[in-house]
Design a protein around this ligand. Structure first.
Ligand code: SAH
Length: 230
C-alpha cells in the first residue's frame, strides 16, 4: 500500500525527500510527485501548494493517478485554541472550512449536498500519527481536535478573535486540510493531518510564521513522518 505524504511548504518536502533514497519525479498538473520509498515503505511525496483549491487538485491527482492507500498531511498552522502555543503540535480529528457560508440556503459552514460541514479524519491513521508525533517530538505539547481551513492567512488579532468566537472548538487554522479531507472522503481514502503551530494567527503572525518555518517546521515534519513509517 502506498502512503502519500503531502507537505504544505518547500522546506518540509525537502526534509521528507532527504529520507527517501530512490525517489523519481513524476510531473502531473504542474506538480512534481516524488515516488519512492521511506523506511522501505512505498510513498509518494508532494507539495500540496497553498490554499484549498490547489490542495484539492493535489489530493485528486493522488487518488486518480498514484493509487494511494492513505494520505498524511504535514504542515504548520496558526493556533486558535486557548493553550495552543507556538511549537505545539495539533493532530486533526476533523476539519471544517471556516470561510464557507451558503446560508440561508444551507447552514453556515455546511458543504452543500454533503449534509455536514465537518469531515472526520481516519480514526486509526490519526491515532498512529498522534503516536508518531509523540515519539518524534516528546517535548512538544500535543493537541487533538478540530482544525479549520480557509483561503486566508489569518494574521490580524481582530480576525483571529472573530474566528475564536465563531468556532470556539477550533484548535488551529490553516489553508488546505479541509479540502484534502473532503477529497479523501469522496474517494474513501484514509486521511490524517498534523500541524505544528507556527504563529497565533494574530498581528505578530507574519514574523512568527517566517521564523518558525525556517527554524523548526521542516525538522518537525520529517521527524513525524519518519516515526510514522518506521
Ligand atoms: N509567504 C508564505 C505563505 C504561507 S501561507 C510562503 O511563502 O510560503 C501560510 C501557510 O501556512 C499555509 O499553507 C497555511 O496552511 C499555514 N498557516 C500557518 N499559519 C497560518 C495562519 N495564521 N492562517 C492561515 N494559514 C496558516
Amino acid at each position: 500500500m502506498r502512503t502519500a505524504i503531502v507537505s504544505a511548504m518547500h522546506e518540509e518536502l525537502a526534509a521528507v525527500l532527504a529520507l527517501m533514497p530512490d525517489e523519481s519525479r513524476q510531473p502531473v498538473a504542474g506538480r512534481e510527485f516524488w515516488v519512492g520509498h521511506l523506511h522501505g515503505r512505498e510513498v509518494v511525496a508532494v507539495l500540496s501548494r497553498i490554499g484549498k483549491v490547489a490542495a484539492a487538485t493535489t489530493a485528486t491527482v493522488l487518488a486518480e493517478r498514484f493509487n494511494v492507500g492513505e494520505v498524511v498531511f504535514t504542515g504548520v498552522a496558526g493556533g486558535l485554541g486557548a493553550g495552543v502555543q507556538v511549537g505545539d503540535v495539533v493532530v486533526a480529528d476533523r476539519f471544517l472550512q471556516h470561510d464557507l457560508d451558503a446560508s440561508p440556503i444551507f447552514p453556515r459552514y455546511e458543504v452543500p449536498l454533503y449534509g455536514t460541514g465537518e469531515f472526520r479524519t481516519d480514526a486509526a491513521l490519526t491515532t498512529r500519527l498522534a503516536a508518531a508525533a509523540a515519539r518524534a517530538l516528546p517535548a512538544a505539547r500535543l493537541h487533538r481536535g478540530l482544525v479549520v481551513s480557509g483561503d486566508r492567512f489569518v494574521s490580524t488579532t481582530p480576525e483571529c478573535r472573530a474566528l475564536q468566537a465563531a468556532l470556539p472548538q477550533a484548535l488551529a487554522v490553516e489553508m488546505e486540510g479541509a479540502a484534502v479531507a473532503q477529497v479523501c472522503h469522496d474517494y474513501g481514502i484514509p486521511f490524517a493531518a498534523v500541524r505544528t503551530i507556527s504563529d497565533r494567527a494574530d498581528d505578530a503572525a507574519p514574523g512568527d510564521f517566517a521564523r518558525f518555518v525556517r527554524e523548526v517546521a521542516s525538522r518537525h515534519s520529517a521527524a513525524i513522518v519518519e516515526a510514522l513509517l518506521a
